[in-house]
Design a protein around this ligand. Structure first.
Ligand SMILES: [Zn+2]
Length: 267
């Protein structure tokens, strides 16, 4: 006789709280990072939630096991605890292409103290799942002294503040890191940026940038634009990374030194 052989391990699992067949499933997961588990009873639900809050690595493994990554098509970075008792699906951050117009509009909407630049050389967006977190815009150095020396500048780096902070964790560092790698790939020898003197530079340090100057600032990076009321008149810090491009940028070959043989011959 062949007995029904459907999922014997599931049939054997009995919930120690309610005594029924244990149920633990991912009922729903939304693109806004929220998700809903389904369990056999409330006690079991509480236990799982407490376990996830205590052990993010276990939580990630559980959500993977329950199919969250397949469902939404992203890789899980962790399950983020917002601190308000809500757990969110925190996906691996991804650098993505973005148009200048979209990046500039994003900066206009989200940047705390700056207008959008009027031009760029290149830039990118960073996403957490379906959520656009921020953009980086890289262009020519604004300070005249830095122009024309194989240097580019991160003119704007903007992370929105209307998403839970946990989801944007490490986003600044990844954008600064990407901006430098891209500059190097494009043949630039150096990349610089400015922060307000009262801003933390942790994400720049983490991306390998070095603080190199304290700049007494008047105009903030936008000499071509009339300053708005919101632009602060405060000191800035200049940060930089020295790059090692494999191909040189706009460099004419250096002519070999030619000895004045005629003079020598005459002597
Ligand atoms: Zn139960």
């Amino acid at each position: 006789m062949v007995l029904a052989c459907e999922a014997p391990e599931r049939a054997a699992a009995i919930c120690s709280w309610c005594g029924e067949a244990a149920v633990l499933e991912l009922a729903e997961a939304w693109s806004d990072h929220a998700f809903q588990l389904e369990t056999c009873c409330h006690a079991s639900y509480e236990e799982v939630c407490a376990g996830m809050a205590d052990d993010p690595a276990w939580a990630r493994g559980l959500l993977r096991h329950l199919g969250a990554e397949v469902l939404l098509g992203h890789g899980l970075r962790r399950v983020a605890d917002t601190g308000c008792g809500q757990l969110l699906l925190d996906w691996k951050l991804e650098i993505r292409p973005v148009s200048f117009t979209r990046a500039a509009n994003f900066v206009r909407r989200h940047h705390a103290h700056n207008a959008a630049p009027t031009a760029w050389r290149y830039g990118a967006a960073i996403t957490n799942g379906a959520t656009l977190l921020g953009v980086v815009m890289v262009g020519n150095p604004v300070a005249r002294g830095l122009m024309g020396r194989g240097t580019v500048e991160v003119n704007r780096l903007c992370i929105r503040r209307d998403v839970p902070r946990a989801l944007a964790w490490n986003a600044c560092s990844q954008l600064y890191g990407w901006a430098a790698r891209e500059a190097e790939a494009r043949g630039f020898e150096r990349i610089v940026t400015y922060t307000r003197a009262d801003e933390e530079g942790g994400s720049l340090r983490a991306a390998g940038w070095i603080k190199e100057a304290h700049v007494r600032g008047r105009s903030w990076n936008s000499p071509t634009r009339a300053r708005t009321d919101r632009a602060p008149l405060i000191d800035k810090l200049r940060w930089s990374r020295t790059l090692k491009p494999r191909r040189a940028l706009h460099r004419l070959p250096v002519p070999p030194t030619i000895m004045p043989l005629t003079l020598d011959a005459a002597a």
